[in-house]
Write a protein that binds this ligand. Sequence first.
Ligand SMILES: [Zn+2]
Length: 399
Amino acid sequence: MKQYLLILLASVCGLVAQAKAQTTAWKPVWKPDSTSEFEVGTQIRAWTIKDEGLTNILDNMQSMAGVNNLYMVVVMHQEHRPFQAPEFPHNPARDVWNAEDSRVTFFPDMKRYGKIKPLLSDHKWIRDTDWLQLMVDSVRARGLRVGAEVSHYPIPKGLIRKNPDWQMKKIDGESWNGSRFCANNPVAREYLIALFGDLAANYDLDYIQTCQYLFNDKDIDEGGTCFCRHCIAEAKRTGFDLEAAIPVLKKNKNAQPERNNWLTLRRNSTTKLYRQISEKIKEENPKCHLRLNDVFVWGGGDAIDYGMDIKALAPYLGSLVNQDHQEQRGRKNETFSMRIKWLQTNRKFIGPDMHYVSGIAPRMNASPELVRAGIKVALEHPAKVNGLALDPGRRRPAE
Ligand SMILES: [Zn+2]
């Protein structure tokens, strides 16, 4: 089985390069069935469906890469697409697309939301169609698994910039970044819980994936977050006087127990937010779960942690993805040392039984050899990987 997948998935680089020509009859080379639980997942966005046609896309994904699990990025952050590449390799309608600032591509149930409401697209053709429903119907009809992703910025950056109280604060009280909300902010928290609840209640999803950025990895004297009034209030509830700790940490960032108390507060705040989101998903749809798309590497040297304790978070997750893109660097003799270590560390945190997916990156500078090597690392890893997440992008044209 693993051997077969290796051969099959290695063709995914070819998918990027050749897909323009792939409009011929669909010939599945591998079809998932109820006895095969190994996941081969990938992602899709609304404009790709409009431009290339869902039937064509799904035919290609299934026949060329054995995809059996597809999720839509339903809240996509502002970004030039294709990411880090000048133009799409095979889009018949456009060369590039500038993704809007966290506009949604589903029909939100506005009654569920409080102060922050989801923003629909400025493009009529996007906002007039429920792209998520369209995808779920087609994907389910083929018997595949299906999910939705809320990406790095669930709340539009423009909206956060207009509301300083939502922004994360450095130790001097100044805003950090200006477009990232604090996980302890009640308005942001209410919105997130409503958003995940809305998706779980109104769409037939197996999982909702999150890869949002919460606290940063900066040290206290470099802009580390967060010291906002909502963090002070949350600290107080847990018996930690953050307000009193601020002047102490300003003088000496390593003062104890203040420093560790602050780091613990961040980790616990993240766990609390995801716990509430996970409980809301289960309440709305017991068949749906929260999937964490871990985009940060654990144990990465001396850097301060990101305020996330995956071991504490594990009881609230249904599955985990390590989103690793080492292939895209195009290093000929890539050893995948980071992937090997990361897979091991997170498996320890989540325990032996959780569904665990390894990202691979058939994109940018990756060669077929590198993609094969990356897949092999995941499949043969002692951490027992239950699936692969293909995060494709454009492969660099031959020079
Ligand atoms: Zn805060």
